[in-house]
Design a protein around this ligand. Structure first.
Ligand code: TYD
Length: 209
């Protein structure tokens, strides 16, 4: 795409828990800033004061599964209004740790909720805006859970789910990627960090700059 293009791009990062996307998000933000671009780095659920409160509930409080799905979209609506839309309107770039693909994968694949409902919510909340590019960090759930266990920290509600939940989340992500191959780039996250970094940065340079 054109360097001269005024509109910033919206790049999202997805994957099962333990896929290791965080360090790559920071790397992409640094790369874009090194090209003189204004970058807003944010995350879901969260990214706003209200959204971070919802995140706390979503990650630690038991709730009805549909409540969980709707709170994900509620936090997203706030995030779009307060952070993403103003950033895009300024011409800034937005890099975001998870977005609606995560709802399809976790609440759709993992929890087994009807994905058609998410399509309606998605249309309502951000029918006018989709990520320009999405990285899906993919790896076997058993490798991911070993990584999480090695961190030795307290697990949130999603990380505590059984192995089959994460298998379904991964499957749903891969189905989304197969349905939108132009937007979603699958990255094999079960390889050395340096290789992954190179793949991600090359892709940003090729598709966005
Ligand atoms: P994440 O920030 O990746 O966790 P961490 O802080 O451990 O890196 O994501 C938080 C959790 O929220 C993750 O387990 C996935 C879940 N999630 C959903 O279930 N649905 C959603 O729509 C979103 C955005 C996140």
């Amino acid at each position: 795409m054109n360097r001269g293009n005024k509109r910033g791009k919206f790049i999202t990062f997805e994957g099962i828990d333990g896929a290791g996307k965080s360090s790559h998000i920071a790397g992409v933000a640094d790369l874009l800033r090194a090209h003189g671009l204004n970058v807003v780095s944010t995350r879901e659920p969260g990214g706003t004061p209200l959204g971070e409160k919802l995140r706390e509930l979503l990650l630690h409080e038991a709730m009805h599964l549909e409540t969980e799905a709707m709170l994900m979209f509620a936090a997203r609506r706030e995030h779009l209004a307060q952070v993403i839309e103003p950033a895009m309107a300024r011409g800034d770039w937005v890099v975001c740790d998870r977005f609606s693909d995560a709802t399809y994968a976790y609440q759709g694949g993992g929890r087994g909720l009807d994905k058609q409902k998410f399509a309606e919510l998605e249309q309502w909340v951000h029918g006018y805006l989709q990520p320009d590019l999405t990285f899906l960090f993919d790896l076997p759930p058993d490798v991911a859970s070993q990584r999480i266990a090695a961190q030795g920290r307290e697990l949130d509600r999603f990380e505590q789910e059984r192995a089959d939940f994460h298998v379904r989340v991964r499957q749903a992500y891969l189905e989304r990627a197969a349905a939108a191959p132009q937007r979603i780039q699958v990255i094999n996250a079960d390889q050395p960090l340096g290789n992954i970094k190179k793949l991600v940065q090359e892709s940003v340079l090729m598709h966005c700059l």
